[in-house]
Design a protein around this ligand. Structure first.
Ligand SMILES: [Zn+2]
Length: 266
């Protein structure tokens, strides 16, 4: 059996392991940043939707005030015309128009009251939220209960946290970029080399690593596959010790003697 092929693959696994260990220096920062970004987006959406409601209320209020003013001016005009009315019929007709405008004013005032009430209601709900915060009962706070100022503070805090984590990650990436680049180059060279020498082994390696699994080639540890801890049959030990490999029946990983990894490091 040609053992040099498996040596080439162990070397590749060793290089990929080195990249993995450098990437792991990032300590889950990319995932943390993603989660913070999501929270940040959610908070921004909440603030924006509240602002949208407030803006709409403001527009509606000013529109209603305009209506009321228009009606009042019309009423004044009609009343002035009434003083000049030549007969009862003309006077009554103007009275009807005044009545109509008064109804319009009353309706607008009801709508204004509705807006005032919904603003008050929102404030009361937020007050309840503030109370729950004081009592540390955070899990009982609904979205609408979150007070405006707490929401704004939350936004600021999240922005700061994301910036901090991004900076941290960036500095790690910069610090390790050179090592990672040179390792990636070595990986490429090793892969090209194996491509011509042992294509099927490389395919097996890539297939194993196509999912979340990173260690396709593992050491024999206490007579077991160190990837999944399944025992390796005794009759395969000799071959492994001699520098061959064994495909784990349980996880499919390529199991080799640890000596091969030591050689790959050298
Ligand atoms: Zn296994």
């Amino acid at each position: 059996m040609d053992h040099t092929k498996i040596n080439l693959l162990v070397k590749l696994q060793h290089l990929d392991n080195q990249i993995e260990s450098i990437v792991s220096l990032q300590k889950g920062l990319p995932e943390e940043i993603d989660a913070l970004d999501e929270d940040l987006l959610f908070t921004i959406r909440q603030i924006e939707s509240r602002k949208k409601i407030a803006d709409e209320q403001l527009t509606q209020r000013s529109r209603l005030h305009d209506t009321i003013n228009d009606c009042k001016i019309k009423i004044l005009n009609f009343k002035e015309k009434q003083t000049l009315a030549r007969n009862n019929k003309e006077y009554d007709a103007l009275s009807k128009q005044i009545e109509y405008e008064e109804k319009e004013i009353a309706q607008a005032e009801i709508q204004l009251q509705d807006i005032v009430h919904s603003v008050q209601k929102a404030q009361e709900i937020q007050k309840k939220g503030q109370q729950l915060i004081t009592e540390n009962r955070y899990d009982e706070i609904s979205e609408e209960m979150m007070p405006d100022d707490v929401l704004r503070q939350q936004l600021e805090d999240l922005k700061k946290q994301v910036d901090q984590k991004r900076e941290e990650l960036e500095s790690i990436v910069i610090e390790t970029a050179e090592d990672v680049d040179s390792l990636k180059l070595k990986v490429e060279r090793q892969r090209t080399h194996i491509e011509t020498e042992a294509k099927r082994l490389l395919d097996k390696y890539d297939h194993l690593r196509s999912g979340t699994l990173r260690n396709a080639v593992v050491k024999l540890n206490r007579n077991a596959c160190s990837g999944c801890n399944t025992r390796v049959p005794t009759n395969r030990h000799t071959m492994i010790v001699q520098g061959g490999f064994y495909l784990c029946e349980s996880c499919g990983r390529i199991v080799v003697h640890e000596r091969l990894f030591e050689e790959a490091e050298g």
